[in-house]
Design a binder for this molecule. Structure first.
Ligand code: FMN
Length: 518
C-alpha cells in the first residue's frame, strides 16, 4: 500500500493532467453515446459545447453592437438601468441610430413647445401623468378607476417572478402612483404592499378557482372584499408570446408557497388549458364580464394578442347593441415577453403591436366605441418615444413587463423558463433571490417610472401638447420604405384617432377616482 502511495505521489502534475485527459478521451469515444461531436473529436469537442454555453454572454458583453440585440438592445437596457438608478441617462454627440432606417419613429415637434402655466400640476410634480380616461366610467361601474400613471407594471405572476421581485414591484408602484397587474398566478402576499393592483386571471383561474377547476364567483367577491387595493380585474384571453396556448409554469419553479396560492402540486409543470371554462363564445364572455363587474363593482377588462378580427367584430357589435362589455382592452404585441413559451409561438403567432393595435382600434372606432374603452398597450412600449407613437395610435396607458424587470436588476439572461435567473428576478431559488433588496429595488422601479413619465411629458410639450392623450396620428411619422421614406401614422395605418376628451391636467388631479398617491 505504502509503495503504491509513494508511486502516486511521485507522479508529476503534468502527468496527472495527461491521465485525466486520457480518461476523458476514453469516456468520449467508448462510453458515451449522446454527443457525436465529443465522440468524433474527443477532448477538443468539449470546447465546442463550452463556447456554445457561454456564447450568449460573450456576444452580449463583447461582440454585439450597441443597437444589435433583441429583445432589448444595450442602449435600451442602459437607458432603463440609468433611469432606474437616477444616473445620467443622456446621450452625448448625437444619436447613434440610423434615423433613415425602416420603422424609425419621428415625433413632429411644434415650433414653440407647450408652455406650462404657473399653477399647473406639472410645475409641482414633473412626473404627474395620470391616464386621461376612467376605467368603468361608461358602464357606470360602482368603483370606477383612473390609473394614477400612464405607465404600469404588466401581468407577471408570482411564480414566473420571485417573491422579492413581486414585492419590489408592488412597493415601487406605490411610490410611483402606478398599478401592478398580478399576472395569472393569483394574488399573493407579495402583491399586497400598498400599490394599486389589477387582478388578472387566465384559464387556470388561480386565486379564484372552483373545485371543478372552473371560475368561482364567491372567491372573486371575497378576494375583492378582502383586498380593497384591487382596483380593476383583467380577464386574460391571450398574450402576445403564446396566443392560443395556456399559461406555462415549469415544475422547477413550483415551491410549496406557490403550490398553495395556485392550488397545484409542488414540482409538477402547471399547464393551463387554452380555453376558458367560464365561457365558450363572445356573447357568453360579455355576460361573464358583466357578472364580475356587477358582483365586485370594479371595472373589468380583457387582455389579448390580435390576429383574426371576426370575433372582435362580434364583440364590438354586442357592445354597441347592448351598451355592455369590457371597460378596458389590453392589446399585447407579438413581440411581448413571457416566462415560458414555445419559440414557434413566441416568434410567429399573433401580430406585432402596431399592426394588431391599429387593426383593433380601427374596428372599435368604426363602430363608435373607441371613446368608451380604455385602451392599454404592451409590447416593448416602455420608452417615451415608443409610448408617444402608441398614444398617437389610440393607447391610453401602457403596461411594461420586461422593462420593469430590468429596472429591478434583470440582465436579459433569457432563462426565465429554467429557474436559473442569475439576477434573482425570475427564479424561485432562495439563494439567487437573496441578491434582491426590495427596499432598494422598489425605489429603482419607481425612479424608472418617474423618469419615463418626465421624459414623456417633455416630448409631449415639445409637440405642443399638455397631455399625451392629445397626440394625433399626424404627429408621428414612421419610415416605411426607401421610396416613400417617411409617412404619417394616419397614412401608414389608415385611420385618425378619436380625440380623447381632456380638460387639462388639473381636472385629472382633482378626479375622485384617481388611483396612485393622491
Ligand atoms: C416573466 C413574464 C411573465 C409573464 N406573465 C404573464 C401572465 O401571467 N399573463 C399575461 O397575460 N402576460 C404575461 N406576460 C406578458 C407581459 O404581461 C406583457 O404583456 C409582455 O411581456 C409585453 O410587455 P413588455 O414588452 O413590456 O415585456 C409575462 C411576461 C414576462 C416577461
Amino acid at each position: 500500500m505504502e509503495t503504491l502511495l509513494d508511486f502516486l505521489s511521485n507522479i508529476s502534475w503534468w502527468l496527472w493532467i495527461i491521465i485525466g485527459l486520457a480518461l476523458v478521451a476514453i469516456r468520449d469515444v467508448l462510453f458515451q453515446k449522446s454527443h457525436t461531436i465529443s465522440h468524433n473529436f474527443p477532448i477538443i469537442g468539449h470546447f465546442r459545447y463550452m463556447l456554445e454555453k457561454i456564447g450568449p454572454e460573450l456576444r452580449q458583453y463583447l461582440v454585439a453592437n450597441n443597437r444589435d440585440e433583441l429583445p432589448f438592445n444595450r442602449i435600451e437596457r442602459g437607458w432603463i438601468y440609468a433611469s432606474a438608478k437616477k444616473e445620467n441617462n443622456y446621450e452625448g454627440f448625437g444619436t447613434d441610430r440610423d434615423i433613415y432606417a425602416h420603422q424609425h419613429i419621428f415625433i413632429n415637434n411644434a415650433m414653440m413647445p407647450y408652455q406650462i402655466p404657473t399653477d399647473h400640476p406639472n410645475n409641482e410634480n414633473h412626473c404627474f401623468l395620470p391616464c386621461a380616461k376612467i376605467m368603468g366610467e361608461f358602464n357606470k361601474r360602482k368603483k370606477p378607476f383612473r390609473p394614477g400613471s400612464v405607465i404600469n407594471v404588466s401581468a407577471m405572476s408570482f411564480g414566473s417572478l420571485s417573491a422579492k421581485a413581486v414585492e419590489s414591484m408592488n412597493k415601487g408602484v406605490k411610490m410611483a402612483g402606478a398599478y401592478h397587474n398580478t399576472g395569472e398566478g393569483g394574488l399573493s402576499p407579495h402583491h399586497s404592499h400598498g400599490g394599486d393592483v389589477v387582478f388578472h386571471f387566465g384559464t387556470g383561474y388561480f386565486g379564484v378557482r372552483a373545485a371543478d377547476g372552473g371560475f368561482s364567483m364567491e372567491k372573486m367577491i371575497k378576494l375583492v372584499e378582502d383586498n380593497p387595493f384591487i382596483r380593476a380585474i383583467e380577464v386574460k384571453l391571450s398574450q402576445g408570446a403564446k396566443p392560443g396556448k395556456g399559461g406555462v409554469l415549469p415544475g422547477a419553479k413550483i415551491t410549496p408557497e406557490i403550490a398553495k396560492i395556485r392550488g397545484v402540486e409542488i414540482g409538477k409543470d402547471v399547464l393551463s388549458p387554452p380555453n376558458h371554462k367560464a365561457f365558450s363564445n363572445v356573447p357568453e364572455m360579455v355576460d361573464f364580464i358583466e357578472q364580475i363587474a356587477e358582483a365586485t363593482g370594479l371595472p373589468v377588462g380583457i387582455k389579448a394578442a390580435i390576429g383574426k378580427l371576426e370575433q372582435w367584430e362580434e364583440l364590438a357589435d354586442i357592445m354597441k347593441a347592448t351598451g355592455k362589455g369590457p371597460d378596458f382592452i389590453t392589446v399585447d404585441g407579438g413581440e411581448g415577453g413571457t416566462g415560458a413559451a414555445p419559440p414557434s409561438f413566441a416568434d410567429h403567432v399573433s401580430l406585432p403591436w402596431v399592426y394588431g393595435f391599429g387593426d383593433l382600434y380601427k374596428l372599435f372606432q368604426r363602430k363608435g366605441l373607441s371613446e368608451r374603452i380604455v385602451f392599454i398597450g404592451s409590447g416593448k412600449l416602455g420608452f417615451p418615444a415608443k409610448a408617444a407613437m402608441a398614444f398617437a395610435m389610440g393607447a391610453d396607458c401602457i403596461n411594461v413587463a420586461r422593462e420593469a424587470m430590468m429596472s429591478i436588476g434583470c440582465i436579459q439572461a433569457q432563462v426565465c423558463h429554467t429557474n436559473k435567473c442569475p439576477s434573482g428576478v425570475a427564479t424561485q431559488s432562495k439563494w439567487l433571490q437573496n441578491g434582491i433588496d426590495p427596499t432598494l429595488k422598489s425605489v429603482r422601479l419607481a425612479q424608472y417610472f418617474r423618469t419615463f413619465r418626465k421624459e414623456f411629458i417633455e416630448i409631449t410639450h415639445a409637440a405642443g401638447y399638455e397631455h399625451p392623450c392629445e397626440f394625433t396620428m399626424n404627429d408621428i411619422e414612421i419610415n416605411v420604405d426607401d421610396h416613400n421614406l417617411s409617412k404619417e401614422l394616419s397614412g401608414t395605418y389608415g385611420y385618425e384617432k378619436t380625440p380623447v376628451p381632456f380638460n387639462g391636467m388639473k381636472s385629472l388631479q382633482d378626479c375622485m377616482y384617481l388611483g396612485g398617491n393622491k
